[in-house]
Design a protein around this ligand. Sequence first.
Ligand code: GDP
Ligand code: MG
Length: 175
Amino acid sequence: KKSSLGETKIAVVGASGVGKSALAVRFLTKRFIGEYDQSNDAKYKCTTNIDGETVAFELLDTRCNNDDNGTRDDVLRWADGFMLVYSVTSRKSFDALTEIQKKIEETKKAGHVPISVVGNKSDLAHIRQVTQDEGSKLATEFGCSFQEVSASEDVVAVTEAFHVLCKEVVEFKRR
Ligand code: GDP
Ligand code: MG
């Protein structure tokens, strides 16, 4: 059984430079290139396997404009699930998630919105500013899942991060 394309829409949001594009490209191609186009949003059609079923979804890698962390109104309205990304090397990017989460809740007044918190760049231990525990606590506050990953070094963890969120969105929509 195959779900129709575009049924599930996931946006990757977070401060500029946290690795949103690196994560999306890693998920899609299994590769890490190093430098990514900063000029535009990028929308991809993807699939993941949920309990033996191939589920298609659209993935939006947002571009940040004027410190909006990728949360333009049209993006907030478009997506039905959000990956909130910070970099473990940037306290500022971590702090930004609180405002992002608030903005999502305000836009989607209908109540629960599937989101996940992803701390990227876990390979950069020597310049870490946010502990794993802090990331985990924030996700608990938001009532969502949490993963620390490295777009530059992990394939499995990055794939899993997208899979987990997609699964949650699909299950939420089918309820
Ligand atoms: P975006 O602005 O959130 O889309 O961030 P990018 O994906 O463009 O990444 C910003 C910079 O961080 C680029 O130079 C990437 O190579 C680098 N980067 C992204 N993810 C990682 C990671 O997991 N580890 C390391 N060391 N660098 C990363
Ligand atoms: Mg980008």
